[in-house]
Every structure is written in C-alpha cells, then in structure tokens.
Design a binder for this molecule. Structure first.
Ligand code: PHE
Length: 360
C-alpha cells in the first residue's frame, strides 16, 4: 500500500485507540469517513487521476476504507462493553444495608387512622378464618337496603334506621344512603355461587348525631353460606373473633335472643365488662356489641339461593364501637375531626402493619 495511505491508517488507528467513549469514537469516524473526511476526500480525488493509476489507487483506498470500518466497529463494541461495566459498577445496590435508622417522624410521617387500623385487623383476623372481603355502594336502592332483607314497606325497622333519602328517578323509589352493610349480603349472594364466606367493612349512614352516634359511621358485615352451616359455626366464629380482636383469651361472650327481620333466629352478642371501670373481660356486667343470626330463608330466596339446599349465618357490628372499646376512646366525634393531637395519640404507625402475631 502507498506510504501516504499507511500513514493515514496509522493516524486514524491512533485516534481510535485514544477515543475513550462512543462520542469520541464517532468524531474519529466522521473525520475519516464522513462527508468531508480524509478517506472520503481520497475517494473523491480518484477522478482526477489518469485511468491506469486510478484503478490501482482506487483498490488501495477501498481496502483502507474497509479496514477502518472494521476497526471502528471493533472499537465500538469494546467501548459499549466498557460503558456497561461502568454502569453496573455505578448502579450497584447493597440490599444488605440496614434500613434508615430513624423513620420520618411527626406530621410528615403520616399515620393509620384507628378506623382503618380496625379494618386491617378485621380483614386479617377473618382472613385467617377463610373470609374474603366484599364491597358494595354507599348509595343503595330501596330493594337492596330494605325489601330484599325482608324489611317490607311500613315495617318499623324502616323508621328505626333514620334513613337519608335521595331524590327518586322518575317513577322509581328513592335511593338511600345505605343504613347498614347488610345490602351487601344480597349483592354477594346474587353475584357469587355458594358456598360463601365474606366480610364487608364499609361506610354506613343514619340521621343521628351525638357523642356515640355519627351520621356517617362504619360497620362490618359477615356472611357465611354453606350446605350445613349452623348456629355452632356462628357462635364459634364470633367467640374466636371477639377474643382475638380484644386480646382477651377468656373474654366472656353471651348470645341473647333478639329480632332482626333478615335473620331467624336472631341473637345479639354481649361481652363481659365492668360498667364502673370500663374494663373489658371482668366485672360481671354485659355490653351489647353486635347483631347476628341465621340468614332468613326469605332473604336467601330473595337473593336467588334455594333455602332448601343452603343455609348460613350473618352478623353486623359497628367499627367505631369496637374501636372505642378496644382503645378506651370515650367520644365518637373526634374520629372525624382530623384533630392532629387526637390522631397522634390514637393513630398507629404505617411502619407497623397489623399481623396475626398482634392478636391473642
Ligand atoms: N344490619 C344490622 C344492623 O345494622 C346488624 C345485623 C347484621 C344483624 C347481620 C344480624 C345480621 O343493626
């Protein structure tokens, strides 16, 4: 190869070796093979040569061009590998490092509201007994909230519920803010094949306001449907739950005959406490805590389940109420007042989620 071409190749190879990254290498490529690059200029210059010289020189310049192209490609592959190694080294993450020594404190940290915390506990405790979570809308139809639950028109229970009514669509019945979570019993039975085992934590509404009542409050419903679910299952489930939730292994629990239109027989459930000190588990007094019963055959039939083949139990309780009892909270109203002093006292850290280890 002609000396000038050898020298040019040596120059370009030196420049390539000195290119430390892909951008520098590209500058070398442009200087050699770009529109006004050195090799390109040689190729353009061929036209000015006499034909016999042109052929030999042309072949040599093309060989040089091919060599430079290959060398550029090799260098590019090498620089890309270097770049990847450098990135891997820079982005290394040590997963064995200990967590941040001091979690964020104060208002920025946020905290879990006691209602949310109780819901987490309900989901964990009933979840361990095989219950899934079901949900329904806050705005209900009259049928779901009342009629399907065997609460007919003019039934006194309709008045008891102090219902918030909404404006009716033309010709229809007034929708309501659901007065209990029981309509989700109906929705669940209509949408799922039995056997069924669900709890329904959610908002409920009644026109009532004092130290122990709020127009918006929360309930948790329970529904179990099976071929041979009987009252023993109801009692065992609720006794186990109440003892685990309140953390008192021998908490006295009493089942007292009562009436709900949607269960038969119906029972209210009381737990033992001291009226004087407010302490749970001892003292010889009883405190009503929830309603329960065997699902009424008419309710099963209303929800499309054959009561000759299936039976089960349901229960409902107030989430604020069990939260107040568990934590000794005397007044219901601060639950919704967003008072940071109250929240700092009763809320829990988002860094310590409830687990079954926290239960009795
Ligand atoms: N829905 C009833 C209430 O709000 C509670 C309940 C639910 C009772 C399920 C029995 C069975 O008071």
């Amino acid at each position: 190869m002609a000396d000038d071409l050898d020298m040019l190749r040596a120059d370009i190879e030196a420049a390539m070796a000195g290119a430390e990254d892909l951008r520098a290498l590209d500058a070398v490529r442009v200087a050699a093979l770009g529109k006004s690059g050195q090799v390109t200029a040689l190729l353009k210059g061929l036209g000015a040569l006499p034909p016999d010289e042109r052929r030999a020189r042309g072949a040599e310049v093309n060989v040089l061009k091919g060599e430079i192209e290959r060398a550029l490609e090799n260098r590019r592959v090498m620089l890309e590998a270097f770049a990847l190694d450098a990135r891997l080294a820079a982005e290394r993450l040590d997963v064995s490092l200990p967590p941040r020594p001091t979690p964020p404190a104060g208002p920025e940290a946020g905290s879990i509201h006691p209602i949310s915390r109780t819901m987490e506990e309900l989901i964990a405790l009933f979840g361990a007994m095989g219950f899934a979570v079901a949900e329904g809308p806050d705005i209900e139809g009259d049928w779901h909230n009342f009629s399907a639950l065997n609460i007919p028109d003019h039934h006194p229970a309709r008045q008891d519920h102090d219902t918030f009514y909404l404006t009716a669509q033309e010709g229809g019945r007034r929708p309501v803010l659901r007065t209990h979570t029981s309509p989700v019993q109906i929705r669940t039975m209509l949408s799922q094949e039995p056997p069924i085992r669900v709890i329904v934590p959610g908002r409920t509404w009644r026109a009532d306001h004092d130290a122990t009542h709020s127009p918006m409050f929360h309930q948790v419903e329970g529904l179990v449907i099976g071929r041979d679910i009987h009252m023993g299952h109801l009692k065992g489930t609720l006794v186990d739950f109440l003892r685990a939730f309140f953390g008192i292994a021998d908490l006295p629990v009493r089942f007292r005959a009562s009436y709900f239109p949607f269960t038969e027989p119906s029972m209210e459930v009381d737990i033992g406490w001291s009226r004087k000190t407010g302490e749970l588990g001892q003292g010889g007094d009883w405190l009503e805590i929830l309603g329960s019963g065997m699902v009424h055959p008419k309710v099963l039939a209303n929800a499309g389940i054959d009561p000759r083949m299936w039976q089960g139990f349901a229960f409902g309780m107030g989430i604020e109420r069990i939260t107040m009892l568990k934590h000794g909270i005397p007044d219901l109203r601060p639950f919704y007042e967003a008072d940071l002093r109250w929240l700092r006292h009763y809320a829990t850290s988002p860094l310590s989620p409830f687990t079954l280890h926290d239960a009795a």
